[in-house]
Design a protein around this ligand. Structure first.
Ligand SMILES: Nc1ncnc2c1ncn2[C@@H]1O[C@H](COP(=O)(O)OP(=O)(O)OP(=O)(O)O)[C@@H](O)[C@H]1O
Ligand SMILES: [Mg+2]
Length: 309
């Protein structure tokens, strides 16, 4: 399988700030990869480098085997970045924006019909003749994404595409992204702070913390590995008389988290397997029943970004 993105030993500094710290990162062709990480982790910097907007301080970057630094113009023909950095021309209509961007991107064939089709796809036909500055922010974002698609890029970089976007529009954008991947074989890298969003569309996850990729794998593997290491348990006490005993678990080294929800219920995080956990409950004279909760990407993310994994 060929690589859509290959970053080798990429560092990017802004003065004293090291935004990316010796990053090695690859994406296989035709994948949808979710890029997660706290504010300031380096997600936007990484995307800007791949899309040729900024240069790395050192390291190598290739897109479909082509050097992003040396062959910027070639790469720009098949990569689009959607971010808050993308600037639409306010004084033009949505249609004119698409035509303008198509021309800048050297779209030679059927530019007009492509623009009209994208306006239709994104539900923007009715605003075709309105000035872009007068569109709502959600519609502007749809236009932003439509604009990125006019040149039919093989590689689509979406930096928080649904931030501040209403529920229906976000859903539409997600479905459109999935469709582009399925029908048009596009490779997509999407950053987001919404875990459920990434869970819905990405098959693979990369997490950036302090300018370093700390984990990259298929979502299913990440969650399974985590489940093998940690259980998140909801316990229901037989009565609130056992609450003090339950609280005493806080001092146990194998209890990573204990959150009391009510006088008879709590959530416990522990690496202990069932028999050892049962023993611990017995030793502390805690009576009740419990169940293992389903682990979400958010649980894993929270552990990883806090360096507890
Ligand atoms: N143009 C710049 N000048 C100076 N510092 C910058 C610049 N761009 C980014 N940085 C710094 O680089 C680091 C990474 O920023 P980046 O925008 O890539 O993070 P991010 O992961 O996209 O964060 P967020 O989730 O908030 O969007 C931050 O410390 C940021 O302040
Ligand atoms: Mg960002």
């Amino acid at each position: 399988m060929s690589k859509a993105i290959e970053m080798k030993n990429v560092t990017r500094k802004f003065g004293e700030v090291i935004a990316l710290n010796n990053v090695n990162f690859e994406i296989d062709e035709k994948k949808i990869v979710g890029l997660l990480g706290p504010n300031g982790a380096g997600k936007s910097t990484l995307m800007k480098i791949i899309s040729t907007l900024i240069l790395p301080s050192s390291g190598e970057v290739k897109a479909f085997g082509i050097d992003v630094i040396k062959e910027k113009n070639t790469v720009r023909n098949f990569i689009s970045l959607v971010s808050d950095y993308t600037v639409l021309e306010d004084e033009l209509t949505p249609y004119e924006n698409l035509i303008l961007f198509g021309k800048i991107s050297n779209v030679k064939e059927n530019l007009k019909s492509k623009a009209l089709n994208l306006l239709e796809d994104f539900g923007l036909s009715q605003y075709k003749n309105r000035l872009t500055k007068n569109l709502s922010s959600g519609n502007k974002q749809k236009l932003n994404i439509a604009r990125s698609l006019i040149k039919d890029p093989k590689l689509l970089l979406l930096d928080e595409p649904t931030i501040a976007i209403d529920v229906e529009t976000s859903r539409f954008i997600r479905e459109y992204i999935l469709d582009q991947n399925l029908k048009n074989d596009k490779t997509i890298l999407i950053s987001s702070h919404y875990m459920w969003e990434v869970e819905q569309i990405a098959s693979e996850i990369a997490i950036l913390v302090d300018g370093k990729i700390v984990i990259q794998d298929k979502m299913i593997n990440i969650i399974r590995d985590f489940e093998n290491k940690i259980s998140i348990i909801e316990i229901e006490l037989e009565s609130s008389d056992y609450l003090t005993n339950l609280e005493s678990l806080k001092n146990e080294k194998n209890i990573f988290g204990l959150k009391i929800i009510s006088p008879t219920t709590a959530i416990i995080e522990t690496p202990l397997k069932q028999n050892h956990f049962d023993e611990l409950l017995k030793n502390h004279n805690i009576k009740g029943s419990y169940r293992n909760m389903k682990i979400s990407l958010e649980d894993v993310y929270s552990y990883i970004t806090k360096g507890r994994y």
